[in-house]
Design a protein around this ligand. Structure first.
Ligand code: COA
Length: 373
């Protein structure tokens, strides 16, 4: 058995971003347009008028101030209301693979190794751009890694589930060095016309290099232990898929073909599930809350994270103990906890212990206990 460690991380951040104010202007213009087009039906009481969104609500309900996206022009056009991403030819790199290569190269540089040293690529993300060939295999090809590659999807928990899969393989010796990459184009599966959720997501890609601790150069994070759990729920759901697409009824405009959630229920059910999961994981590893120096939590909602942090530490965490990137990136699905880990971990001291935790649709929750070495 070998001791696995995280030796590098990388973040690809899109160049375009949308502030809450910009988003709300576009949404409200769309709502006004819909209301004007349906004035008679609204007047007759056959349909409800669309209500305006508000920046104040968005910030207060979620903690989000802005989000990065791969294309803001389409999203902010009231006649479009989704990203306008060019359909790539089959003989050119896919958009997810392109983001992934950028994040992977940053993670490889931090680890001080080259792509040829990697013998496993896992592409773990909420929505993959195609069924096959695996995006991971395309990334393997573009980077020039050896070994094998595969895709996996556990929605917002994909990164931690991927880290568990990769670190178990490194531990067992079936691979020597792995990279787990999370390209998240959430803007492509968000319903930008739905006031209840149009502000939630952003785009990004993260990558994590995992190898044997004994092979590492420089400061690393030893992976002490990982734990994953799932429990079925329909409260976060996206019905998009090839079987659904073949149905004759309204392909483009079916609401269930994009992200849907019962946000209140998610909030109520996921918070206790996640805090109990982390606490049980720590207890089984003999780690008491006072030894936790940092929580790198999934970034979906600030209040949710505040609840979880308080429950896990048994007190209100200091800002630096539970950093957030939500205000700048919004919810980036599986990548959120890894962005936070990547940007807020280098100051930890030798021996410091922290928890990376992601959670979301499924329901699913994954925790990774790491120690600075
Ligand atoms: N602008 C202004 N008002 C809005 C609004 C918007 N964009 N969206 C909703 N509202 C209104 C609602 O109509 C409602 O009004 P009412 O009280 O008069 O009926 C009120 O604000 C509260 O709406 P609600 O949906 O209950 O808000 P909330 O406080 O639950 O916050 C979420 C919404 C989505 C931010 C919150 O539930 C959440 O974060 N849940 C967890 C989400 C999550 O983690 N999902 C996982 C995704 S991977």
């Amino acid at each position: 058995m070998y001791q696995p460690a995280i030796t590098g991380t990388g973040v690809f951040t899109p160049t375009e971003s949308i502030s809450n104010d910009e988003l709300v202007v576009a949404f409200n213009a769309y709502a006004d347009k819909c209301n004007a087009e349906n004035a008679a039906a609204i007047e007759a009481g056959e349909m409800a008028a669309m209500e305006h969104s508000s920046s104040e609500f968005i910030f207060k309900a979620s903690g989000i101030e802005r989000r990065y996206v791969m294309d803001k022009t389409g999203i902010l056009d009231p006649d479009v209301m989704h990203p306008s991403l060019r359909q790539r030819g089959d003989d050119e790199p896919g958009i997810m693979a392109e983001m992934a290569v950028d994040a992977c190269n940053k993670a490889l540089a931090q680890a001080g190794i080259s792509a040829g040293d990697i013998d496993l690529v896992i592409c773990a993300a909420s929505n993959l751009e195609r069924a096959y060939p695996a995006v991971a295999i395309e990334v393997q090809n573009l980077l020039g890694t050896g070994g094998f590659a595969f895709d996996m999807n556990v929605a917002c928990s994909s990164a931690t589930f991927g880290i568990q899969a990769a670190s178990d393989m490194v531990r067992a010796g079936s691979v020597k060095r792995a990279i787990v990459v999370n390209p998240e184009i959430c803007s492509g599966h968000l319903e930008w016309r739905d006031r209840d959720c149009h502000f939630i997501f952003g785009d990004v890609c993260t990558a994590v290099v995992i190898e044997r601790e004994a092979d590492a150069r420089g400061a690393i994070f030893t992976i002490l232990s990982t734990r994953c759990a799932t429990q079925f729920s329909n409260n976060i759901r996206n019905n998009n898929g090839f079987l659904r697409r073949s149905r004759p009824s309204g392909v483009v405009d079916r609401r269930d073909m994009q992200f849907m959630q019962n946000g209140r229920k998610v909030f109520k059910e996921v918070v206790p599930m996640v805090s109990a999961h982390i606490l049980a994981h720590m207890a089984d590893e003999g780690i008491s809350p006072d030894r936790i120096k940092r929580l790198w939590l999934h970034q979906a909602n600030k209040s949710m994270n505040d609840f979880i942090g308080k429950k896990v530490l048994g007190r209100v965490p200091q800002t630096e103990e539970q950093p957030n990137i939500l205000q700048d990136y919004a919810n980036t699905s599986s990548a959120g906890s890894i962005i936070t880990f990547s940007k807020h971990s280098s100051d930890l001291q030798d021996g410091d212990i922290g928890v990376i935790c992601s959670f979301g649709a499924g329901y699913s929750v994954g925790s990774v206990l790491v120690q600075r070495a």
